[in-house]
Ligand binder design. Structure first.
Ligand code: SF4
Length: 561
């Protein structure tokens, strides 16, 4: 039987699967299929963007497949540089040409909404006999293949969560599927260490508790998966599929926050490095600021381990959500503002030094959610003041994410998001202020003009090329030139926007560079640019200095001939 897996992309609080990321979902599904002896060559993976741009080859496979699975669901949708998540209309249209069994799975089971501030609804997609996986899609796929009868009549299959033992096998057996990703080998593999939230109370808006309490994967299993992915060509990894990396295999001490185990994190990172010695990126994602504040010594040890084994430019994204203590209490949020501040300080202390890719080793990210219960006008002021205090204290934050809450059925927030609409205008104004007053000066401190960023991947190219380093929360770089898509280049930072930077190729080939790149050289200015252009071609550095007496400072950014 032929199977088609269509990746409509996912974006969850603790899982990203939008290119250049590939989430664990398609990999686990492919592994579950392999366990049923379906040959690799009969498992076809395609992304929704591939289907849009060249539908024909995939369309035939979809029509003739015995099983078609669509993965979808954005529970925290963002803005994406070159990918667009699947829409309900596309799901309907794809399934309408399928004659085999149709499965829809992933976080879409929790509801569908295309942007923050909107209530998510359970998809009412109308394409006949679609089977929505109400628990884990990989387990559903595995179970319906247990018998012909189930395959043709999945109605009777019980929806369930997969076990960690199952994904130990499926993750390894399904690693081959990444070779079919259009970005392979330059894609980021999102890795899961555990899911579910170990707290006794849960934040009002969060969907992670739907996964139950934390189901930690064994270090050996995660490392084996990395080994299989590495064998399939992967070189970029993010340990992103867990709500708090610091509490991986943490000890339950009876309180709200389990006690971190630095030894486990050391085994995990060491193991990954051993099986993937030539990896190019190893990053993390979420960390609970309350864990870091409650266990500073253990957390410091963990950060040191991360920095020892990871690659630079790493981000520990802290879910602060609100700096208003009343909102924290009303929504059972995890940390008070003073806890978050301590966490930011500690991460800066351990991870603030600049690393090999041009960015600091490890910095905090900050997530804010608006429209929560108890929010008032003052909440906006408190959030703004908190960020300003961080900035004024010379602490760095890699990125600040501000969104309005999306309320999902089954969460305490569902049906209580009236403040989203009421505060919309205020929210937009405040967001703009944060971009201007906080993000911009923060970015200037983070990557001052003249900083060299290594390995920026060119992703979109027209008269301006947009690229990013592969990693957690990469900076968007605009290069005023048309460069080949897919190429990796080093870049000199030459300017700053609110959320992005301008850069030029490093080192700049001065004898061949167009004026629009030369004038971007840090400190070049109009007059010097004209002089430099007049002096082209240069024979060597001395020739450059003879023709540009004040050009010494530019030599570090250029190459001659
Ligand atoms: S601490 Fe809050 S935001 Fe984090 S996983 Fe638990 S419930 Fe979700």
């Amino acid at each position: 039987m032929k199977v088609v897996i269509i990746d409509g992309y996912v974006d969850e609080p603790a899982c990203l699967g939008v290119p250049p990321y590939i989430s664990p979902y398609p990999r686990y599904i492919a592994g579950a299929l392999r366990e049923h002896k379906i040959p690799q060559q009969d498992i076809y993976y395609v992304t929704i963007d591939q289907l849009r741009t060249s539908p024909e080859p995939a369309k035939n496979r979809i029509m003739s497949a015995g099983l078609v699975i669509i993965i979808a669901g954005m529970t925290v949708p963002g803005k994406y540089l070159r990918a667009s998540p699947i829409t309900p209309g596309e799901i309907e249209s794809i399934f309408s040409i399928v004659s085999g069994t149709k499965i829809l799975g992933g976080p879409i089971r929790l509801g569908f909404s295309d942007e923050g501030g909107k209530t998510a609804s359970v998809p009412g997609i109308d394409a006949g006999d679609i089977n929505l996986a109400h628990a884990d899609v990989e387990a559903f796929v595995y179970d319906i293949l247990q018998s012909e009868e189930h395959l043709h009549d999945p109605e009777n299959v019980v929806h369930r969560f997969r076990t960690v033992d199952e994904i130990a096998r499926w993750s390894v057996n399904g690693a081959f599927i990444i070779k079919q990703h259009p970005d392979h080998p330059d894609l980021m593999c999102e890795l899961e260490t555990y899911r579910g939230c170990g707290r006794r109370k849960h934040c009002s808006f969060c969907t992670e508790p739907f996964y139950g309490s934390s189901d930690y994967r064994a270090v050996f299993d995660v490392v084996s998966e990395v080994s299989a992915l590495y064998g399939a060509g992967a070189r970029h990894f993010r340990i992103g599929r867990q709500p708090d990396l610091f509490t991986y295999h943490a000890t339950d001490t009876g309180g709200d926050i389990p006690e971190p185990d630095p030894y486990i994190i050391e085994s995990l990172y060491r193991g990954i490095r051993n099986v993937a010695p030539g990896l190019r990126v190893l990053h993390m994602d979420n960390a609970n600021p309350a864990t870091i504040a409650a266990y500073p010594e253990e957390s410091r040890a963990i950060m040191k381990t991360i920095i020892k084994y990871h690659t630079s430019g790493d981000v520990a994204a802290l879910g602060m959500e609100s700096a208003d203590p009343k909102v924290v209490v009303a929504n059972d949020l995890k940390a008070m503002p003073e806890d978050v501040f301590e966490a930011i300080k500690l991460i800066n202390d351990v991870g603030g030094m600049r690393g090999a890719n041009g960015l600091p080793e490890l910095l905090p990210g900050l997530n804010f959610v608006h429209g929560l219960q108890g929010e008032t006008k003052n909440t906006f002021g408190m959030n703004y003041d908190f960020m300003k205090t961080v900035l004024d204290a010379d602490l760095l934050v890699r990125r600040i994410n501000i969104r309005q809450v999306m309320s999902f059925p089954g969460t305490p927030m569902f049906g209580k998001d009236v403040l989203v609409k009421k505060h919309k205008k205020m929210f937009l104004k405040y967001k703009q202020m944060v971009r201007k007053d906080i993000d911009l000066p923060m970015l200037r401190k983070l990557v001052p003009n003249g900083t060299i960023l290594r390995d920026v991947m060119c992703e979109i190219s027209d008269h301006i090329t947009f690229g990013r380093q592969l990693g957690s929360y990469p900076l968007l770089v605009g290069i005023p030139a048309k460069l080949p898509v897919g190429r990796f280049i080093d870049v000199t930072v030459t300017g700053h926007g609110y959320r992005s930077i301008t850069g030029i190729p490093y080192p700049l080939k001065i004898n061949h560079a167009p004026m629009k790149l030369i004038r971007e050289l840090p400190g070049a200015g109009k007059k010097r640019t004209a002089k430099i252009i007049n002096g082209v071609p240069y024979e060597n550095e001395q020739d450059f200095l003879d023709k540009n007496i004040t050009g010494q400072d530019l030599l570090r950014y250029i190459t001659i001939p």
